[in-house]
Write a protein that binds this ligand. Sequence first.
Ligand SMILES: [Zn+2]
Length: 418
Amino acid sequence: MRCTALWIQSFFAVVLASASAASLAADKPVTAQEIAVGTKQYGPAQQSQGGLSNLDLELQAYVERVGRKLARASAFPDLPYAFVVINNSELNAWALPGGKIAVNRGLLAELDNEAQLAAVLAHEISHVTKRHSARMQKKAGGASLLGALVGLGVGAKVPEYRELAMRGASAVAFAGQANYSRDHEIQADNEGIKLMVAAGYDPRAAVDVQRVFLSKVQNRKSNALEALFASHPPSQERVNNNASRAGKYPEGGMIGKLEYTRAIARLEKDRPAYAFLSEAMTAYGKKKYDDTLALCDKAIALQPKETLFWELKGIALLQQKQFSKSISALNQAVILNNAFFRPLLYRGIAYKEQGAWDKAQSSLSASNALLPTQLATYHLGEIAQRQGDRETAIKHFTAVANAGGELGEAAKRQLRDL
Ligand SMILES: [Zn+2]
């Protein structure tokens, strides 16, 4: 933690030196330190949630365009805003302090028009400009993704790869999953509606979005809602509040049905493939690995370029101890997205099972460079141990032990034996 604090200070100094004087004036609510924290956490936070959705770069660009349009109209247009689509089927969106915002692929698939997307992004921008995300982080104990090793099982309420994530699932406090208070939610809704109007959108879309989320939560049809429910809980109060606020503005703002339909055309086409993935994950959670593999193959037949389909196939094969086949599926997952830590991690484990130490080490290290996890570090420790590199093994096991949890206990036992 000490290193972390020092690191922030030095980064803070750099930001102080380079940021415009205006953004540091006393009346500006977002501080340079918040910007530094958000910037530093953005990458790891994206990784922990599924990495960037890279199948449709035009969709990424579209979401960024809508986000920037709103950001320009916001109270603080000069913040280093960024908007990305995360490769995650859950309905969620999040913001880090300073303007780093993300929206899940699964949420985009539930929206109907550009104004609804603007409602989601304007709400997140408002959490930033009202400094809710910064305050939540302070409450959660500060920059918890910085420096520490991340346990897996992060944000995985579904039994996502639980068996392999196994002993490492220490909970990671992450600002994007912070529970905003009821007051903060209403404040972000109100500010968001103002922002939508300022950017030219019809604010009634914010009411529609809340209605959609609320009805999904009430029907409890899907466990893809857990994250949204935890971070931005929908409620009848919010629907009513949005309706009364939005109703005060004249009609005629942009809806953008055609633009949105065009932007998510690919997502729409891939909907059945992602439905197979969801079934495959359920089967995996029940340890039905043959079913998992059959469902992954169905998904792949519909969309062979989605890294997640190949990844789950590789993990199920790993469970079945079919290491060569597992490696070839995970290789495909890495080829399709080499900027996501998870396939690299599991491929490293598969190589290790085969005794291919060098390949295992390089895959696990590449995974840790994207998101340092307890699981990868533990396996790196075991590899070092088997190679007779006691010093490196101690270094890795100590880091795992310090991160706590069951895997931390396992690392402590390893350290005692060394
Ligand atoms: Zn919120």
